[in-house]
Design a protein around this ligand. Structure first.
Ligand code: IYR
Length: 220
């Protein structure tokens, strides 16, 4: 496939002292991001969700295929249908499908099969990955789909945090019900379900420690 040629790079660069400062302040900002389960029902305008999703869609992807679709749901009835279907699966997960070891690991997060945040959060974003696209009715394979959609999800979570909203990366499993409810074509597979909104004023998050740098960085 012929590309569109090349153009000058438009990103900004800075002298090193500024790069130092910028990298540190972004770290401090991102370290404040938390997964939040206590959502306020305060509405969030569609324009904000649009900006957040388009930030996610600016992520790099294999052969620039952008193998993703973001379904943004604010419709109350639809959210309620999704919640009920998620809870059917999650009830089974918490009552036999997850190992005792797994359930034990989750105790610190206070999760269970109830998923009220799907009803309460003003928006639920369901991310779909596309293993292939259709071009003129023909299947066109995408590349590094899991990696690409994972990176786009990271951009999405960062954009949500930057906007001053909160998110929960929810993984109902199995999640084929999302493709059916949202009437997505067969080349789109659900990837993650992410409620987005304001946190409740009295929102609580589990006390967690993050790994120290000598556990996550190996210098050569
Ligand atoms: N999908 C379930 C269980 C769950 C699994 C992991 I790993 C978590 O970090 C949190 C929850 C649920 O959403 O409750």
């Amino acid at each position: 496939m012929q590309g569109k040629g090349f153009e000058p790079y438009q990103g900004k660069t800075y002298p090193l002292d500024e790069v130092e400062y910028r990298s540190k302040s972004f770290l401090e900002f991102m370290e404040k991001r938390r997964t939040v389960r206590d959502f306020s029902d305060q509405p969030v305008p569609q324009s904000i969700i649009r900006n957040i999703i388009m930030t996610a869609s600016s992520a790099p992807s294999g052969a620039h295929k952008q193998p993703w679709v973001f379904c943004a749901i604010s419709n109350t009835e639809l959210k309620s249908v999704i919640r009920k279907a998620a809870e059917v699966e999650e009830y089974q997960n918490y009552h036999g499908r997850m190992s005792d070891e797994w359930l034990d690991e989750l105790k610190q997060f206070n999760t269970d099969w109830n998923k009220p945040f799907i009803d309460i959060a003003p928006w639920v974003i369901v991310i779909f990955r596309k293993a292939y696209d259709f071009e003129n009715g023909e299947k066109k394979k995408n590349y590094y789909v899991q990696e690409s959609v994972g990176i786009a999800t990271g951009f999405l979570l960062s954009a949500i945090h930057q906007a001053g909203l909160v998110a929960l990366t929810h993984t109902p499993s199995p999640m084929n019900f999302l493709g059916r409810i949202l009437e997505r074509p067969e080349n789109e597979k659900p990837y993650l379900l992410i409620p987005v909104g304001y946190p409740l004023e009295q929102a609580q998050v589990p006390t967690l420690e993050r790994k120290k740098e000598d556990e996550v960085i190996i210098w050569y």
